[in-house]
Design a protein around this ligand. Sequence first.
Ligand SMILES: Cc1ncc(COP(=O)(O)O)c(C=O)c1O
Length: 956
Amino acid sequence: MTQLDDLEHGTPFVDRHIGPRAAELSTILDAVGVASLDELATRTVPASILAEGNPVELPVPATEAEALAELRELAASNSPLVQMIGLGYHGTVTPPVIRRNVLESPAWYTAYTPYQPEISQGRLEALLNFQTMVADLSGLPVANASMLDEGTAAAEAMTLIRRSGRAGKSMATRFVVDADTLPQTIAVIETRAEPLGIEVVVADLDGGLPDGEFFGVLLAYPGASGAVRDHERLIAAAHERGAKVAVAADPLALTVLRSPGEIGADIVVGSTQRFGVPMGFGGPHAGYIAVGKGLERQLPGRLVGVSTDADGARAYRLALQTREQHIRREKATSNICTAQVLLAVIASMYAVYHGPEGLRAIATKAHRMAAVLGAGLRAGGVEIVHENFFDTVLARVPGRAADVVTAARELGVNLRLADADHVGISCDETTTRAHLSLVWQAFDVTVSDVDGLDESTVDAVPAGLVRTSEYLTHPVFHTHRSETALLRYLRALSDKDVALDRSMIPLGSCTMKLNATAEMEPITWPEFANLHPFAPVEDAPGLLRIVSDLEDWLAKITGYHAVSLQPNAGSQGEFAGLLAIRAYHRDQGNGQRDVCLIPSSAHGTNAASAVMAGMRVVVVKCDEAGNIDMAHLKSTVDDHRDDLAAIMITYPSTHGVYEDTVREVCSLVHQAGGQVYVDGANLNALIGLARYGEFGSDVSHLNLHKTFCIPHGGGGPGVGPIGVREHLAPFLPNHPLQPTAGPETGIGPISAAPWGSASILPISWAYVRMMGADGLRKATLTAVASANYVARRLGEHYPVLYTGEGGFVAHECILDLRKITADTGVTVDDVAKRLADYGLHAPTMSFPVAGTLMVEPTESEDLAELDRFCDAMIAVKREIDRVESGEWPADDNPLRNAPHTAMCLTEEWKHPYTRHEAVFPAGTSAPKIWPPVRRIDGAKGDRNLVCSCPPPEAFE
Ligand SMILES: Cc1ncc(COP(=O)(O)O)c(C=O)c1O
């Protein structure tokens, strides 16, 4: 009889997360040639690092229901008050139609960065809407598809100015920052500036620009204090002195204020959080950056542009600089890779839904609430510091500020304690009269006639700064006002895309695994979503418990001493980890150590991050087998004995192999006084098998948006925590506004928010909580087994480029198409696009080796889906054979013409293959994806950059 013990918990989550059933796993293992997952572990992972008999200590796994119940309890212990702190984070209403159909919809959140544009037209259009929205509001012509947050966007503006044009050639090393800039933005800029030798001069600019040379200026509009200042003269003065000017602006304020572009700004940065994205204790939200003419080729991050497809139809795709790090590596403009696509889509849809008049109404509401609030305080004898403001008033209460803030908290409202004498109060879309009354009460002010006060209070925006120029004039911002219309628009867009809800996405180096619903559910709960990042920590015990649990679990999983969850993408983790190394060397009196060794196979962000951390990059060669060339490493280490700061390796390597020299690599570098950074993007191949901190690494970043189930969101959000050994723990990131967010001796903030993208941490928490140590180990080994299965099945058709000892790969495999291309002319692009006709998403193209495809199936795909992919790849090879044999011409075959749209079938058919062969190569019973466009001409779009919505006539 089955025991109650076995029955009462239902199906373990691990059986939902892992795709192959027991019988399927046996088939996979048979094909791979091992008897069990344990045997696979010992035959693939080098014995020198295998953490046998030393399991990760994690809690006993919870079921989905149990984990959700625990999360509910944690959520209930949070108390999000009415948040009127401001400082760049504001209450906002996520329209339910957007919450359910974007934020909570796997069609949007499980997509990857749109590197295959033919099957990503939906999110590319949404991002083009975002770019158009930002460009219109900022008054500058080109905006990118999102930044990680306002702080990092401002820091990128600083470095963009430095390398651009006349300012770039200037010898000036000073960057002037308006003292009324958000304090976290100033702090992030300072963290970024120091290793680059930039001096940040924070100055009160009311009296004009400081003396001396400087290459750029950052102005706040409105300021952190709420003040709205007319910067036009200051900008002109900066230009006269050869400096460029960036403006940090609140996009909601820009619906009623003259745009920065109109007053002369060269760059505009900010956050679109208040466009429908909850505060979430700090993130994630989409930061933005827009630039003036001539700076567009310098833009960091991803830029969506307009091009045409093979039939001449308009089509969207990412512009060239998107892959810039892989091409330019240490010369890249920035290390940003994963950005904030899902959040940018939400913000853009908020603008699409409300339109310009709706946004203006929301802005006007926030403004009028603040104006009436200020008038009430004034009437009650409280001094309001600034005449001109948008949504924030700064009240002067000498010696009483703390008491007022405490009184407000007792009434359920969080205000900003600016200093002992000043209190900041911000209004937003969610502010009500009742909130105003509570604030007045906290100040001991009585207002009896709010309507009367409203009538007698004039606006606080100066007449000269009232916006008169139009914005959001494109029809897309005017045609989706009803919920029905928006719902259908969202559905029409997502139907154009391939996300994990339609097909496996075997992108090597990306770990496109299940993002379980139980993991996702909590992120929109108000107790997590409505926390302000600078609210007192007493308001967030539940979320902080999730933070500390996760830090603890990740430390145990990786063998590190301490973890910081602040970096909000892998790239930011790299930067943080390298800064920790730099700070450590300086602390040891070894400030001259500035060389970072990076193998030639490394991800492009590694080199870009090292340069940002003030290091010089020296490339270490790989040998024929794809491993680090040990002889070259030894001689390079010898050459740099005195100035070696670090080596940055990826493990398992970006070639998808467990290199057995990893311990030796670590000790060679240590002996020469260097530190070891292991890029943990491939941790999905290691959990439960080996631990970075135990085999010689000093620091790693992990990508929670890969291994720990945070969905990729079409290119963000991400979380890139770093783990460090004990000696580096004093140098983890910290935050000026939340002392508990890191060590006092830390390197400063890497992200604008103390715990980065805190609101999505419940996803990874739930994953670990539900998998437990054994489940995680099984997931790792299943991922490795599946990759080896694919390698075995496809190896005879496409050579597998690299394998480790014993002929095994790790969790991904590289298929080498270079000879096929040389012999037949069929390229990796042709194969990738053809897979869309088979109803599949392509693997990673040409990374880390040009002319190859890298396949990472992950543990979540069952055998049927693995076989569907392998069968398609084999069928594609047969098609290639027909090209090679001359049956199909090299320039007219289903591969070269892929993908095929429904539209192309309606035209006269002159090809040497049938329509059926074109669109149903896998038969009519397989899932069919209809790409909305044919092959897109990327180069054409790069030559002629169009980065905002083309007018409807352009489509005629
Ligand atoms: C090996 C490796 N390192 C670093 C990164 C950068 O991570 P992120 O995109 O989160 O910045 C990636 C991302 O694809 C990666 O594959």
